[in-house]
Design a protein around this ligand. Sequence first.
Ligand SMILES: [Zn+2]
Ligand SMILES: [Zn+2]
Length: 354
Amino acid sequence: MSMALLGGWKHQGPAACQTLHMRAMRLGQPRPINDDPLELIELPNLEPGPFELSIDVSACAVCRTDLQIVEGELEAERLPIIPGHQIVGRVAAIGAGVSGWSVGDRACVGWMAGTCGDCPFCVAGRENLCPYARFTGWSRDGGFAEQVNVRADFAFPVVTERPDEEIAPLLCGGVIGYRSLKVSGIEPGGRLGLFGFGASASLAIQVAVHWGCEVYVFTRSESERERALQLGAVWAGGYGESAPEMLEAAVTFAPVGSVVVQALQAVDRGAVVAINAIHLDEVPAFDYNHLWLERQIRSVANYTRTDAVEFLQMAAEIPIDTTIEGFRITEANGALAALKRGDNPGAGVLLIGD
Ligand SMILES: [Zn+2]
Ligand SMILES: [Zn+2]
């Protein structure tokens, strides 16, 4: 590697030259993805702080939120930052005060990097709403790197023999999609609508089908409608179409406000429309009759560790099928560009160390 690629990091003299290095794809300044905003850098190998693990990353899936951070649509909480919040790897080193982990253990980490543990939300088991929460790849460095430091109590053991790259896409879209199902209030066997059918919805449908739900999928993409039917949807149609039955719950995945109104029109009295989006364009004005009779709109924010543990266990048992497309770490910009174009056949995953 040439010095020109080293970014802001400077050699500190002969001693520093002898230290081991790790590579990372770091965001200095948000820019359109086609301008390659992520830069390959080398940093000294990480040492875990107190209550932290250092993880050797083997796979990190890419997510629309990474794209939004890299392009500046979602403002990074600090810069520079290494994005990536769907991380699978092995514990390389253990910080002071950590128990329950051994070097070499398979570990995975998602979007939640830490919460305060003391606020009313944390105390009430709603740590996903903690105002002091920190987020992997947004407020602290994430997994587009050969190593990452994480809070040990926010890492999860891997509970399946499946390869790391098949687990990585479960850690954001899967876990938050699972929380969305819970927020929607769908009961086993109930009639559920899914609006939009990207990576997260294609994982959520597998949980819903496992629960015996009748799933109705709305998406403008013909190939996504076909995939929905293959995964067990009883019906698939376009956004403008009406399902043959009134739905008992709905989750919207499309990052488009108008879809929320369409979902509201498709659900029965008393039903919840759960919005699975960290960033949404404006929800258009709509007739109050669509909300009347105790219909509800709820956003879904982050996840609790309980959600993650429940979902990862269920994903191993069902087992949930993930289709992935592998990229090298140096291809992180390309992986995000492919996500933006929407031409990924499966979830994009950086295969780190290959
Ligand atoms: Zn808190
Ligand atoms: Zn994500």
